[in-house]
Design a protein around this ligand. Structure first.
Ligand code: IPM
Ligand code: MN
Length: 352
């Protein structure tokens, strides 16, 4: 397996080290081989070289079976530059049209929801990852004047929503929830009567091909209520890019915070290259202190393996993570884990 590694900025390199440590341990155990190609892209590279990705970088990355990304975001780089030039650029160029974000409360992890535990908080959000408000279409008119106009267009295509919805139905089937397979479309058909009408119609049409999956619908505002009040209701959610961005941060909090939540930017097509990352940012204030939580980064490595032909290894990594959160960690907050960053990585290797 060929894995491109972009440790990135801030605490990205520290948590990436732990994820790689766990990869080495599980590969030894399972007896598979891999090759790592490190890339120094990120804020430091941009400030030094004046470019975000050198010519040909995307093509080189495409040659790998998967990409592992630590974190992007640098205090000396204006917001939007690295996000658009690196993260979103790779998602778009590599056509990673699925953003898969499990919301699973691991054993021993504290949730802010009173009276809810791991049995209640265990669902997955399938976020469309290449369209919507993220396509960067818009502009200014009379910028900086009192008459200024700004537009930002949400673009939805039949192909774009259909391939995401279809993948979500298939994923729901595979997940095979013992309490019933349910896929909930989360959108806003009562206001976005064009774009989300396309999503809704497509969802209903595709649903006919998956009669064993309950095809369900929630408006996004109601979904926010239910995620807090009855998270156990959800099995799999499929949603648009912008709404998916927002509700998965809500989901991350339910599962114990940014130190825990991981995600995958997946191109499931033949020969596609997917990218896996912890959801938390570069956390500059904790950089270099060996206090940041590597659990999300390790879980992202588990997801990478699961989606790159090493299902057993991936599941073993997630199981080891659960053992460590359940029995060895005091908290998931940076600096309050009862262990350093490197110790948590060692504990996961031991559990493996
Ligand atoms: C995420 C992030 C990104 C997004 C940003 C950094 C562009 O918030 O992965 O959820 O909005 O998708
Ligand atoms: Mn986000």
């Amino acid at each position: 397996m060929k894995i491109a590694v972009i440790p990135g900025d801030g605490t990205g390199p520290e948590v990436t080290d732990e994820a790689l440590k766990v990869l080495a341990a599980v590969a030894r155990k399972q007896g598979f081989e891999y090759q790592l190609t490190p890339y120094e892209f990120g804020g430091e590279y941009y400030l030094r070289c004046g470019e975000i990705l050198p010519e040909g970088a995307v093509e080189e990355l495409r040659e790998h079976d998967a990409i592992y990304l630590g974190a992007v975001g640098h205090p000396d780089v204006a917001p939007g530059i690295l996000e658009k030039g690196l993260l979103l650029h790779l998602r778009f160029q590599l056509d990673q049209y699925i953003n898969l974000r499990p919301v699973e409360l691991y054993p021993g992890v504290e949730t802010p929801l009173a009276g809810k535990g791991p049995d209640d908080i265990n669902f997955v959000v399938v976020r469309e990852n290449t369209e919507d408000l993220y396509c960067g279409i818009g502009g200014f008119l009379k910028k900086g004047t009192a008459d200024e106009v700004a537009t930002q267009s949400a673009v939805y295509t039949r192909k774009g929503c259909e391939r995401c919805i279809r993948w979500a139905f298939e994923y729901t089937q595979r997940r095979n929830n013992p309490s019933g397979k349910r896929l909930t479309l989360v959108a806003k058909t009562n206001v976005l009567t064009f774009g989300h009408d396309l999503w809704d119609r497509t969802f209903r049409e595709v649903a006919r091909e998956y009669p064993d999956v309950e095809a369900d619908y929630n408006h996004v505002d109601a979904c926010c209520m239910w995620m807090i009040k009855n998270p156990e209701y959800y099995d799999v959610i499929v949603t648009t890019n912008m709404f998916g961005d927002i509700i998965t941060d809500l989901g991350a909090m339910l599962q114990g915070g940014m130190g825990v939540a991981a995600g995958g930017n997946i191109n499931p097509d033949e020969g596609g290259t997917s990218m896996f990352e912890p959801m938390g940012g570069s956390a500059p204030k904790y950089t270099g202190q060996n206090v940041i939580n590597p659990i999300a980064a390790i879980a992202a490595m588990g997801m990478l393996l699961e989606h790159s032909g090493q299902q057993d290894a991936g599941q073993q990594v997630i199981e080891a993570v659960k053992q460590v959160t359940g029995t060895r960690m005091e908290s998931q907050a940076a600096g309050r884990m009862g262990h350093s960053t490197t110790e948590v990585g060692d504990l996961v290797c031991e559990a493996l």
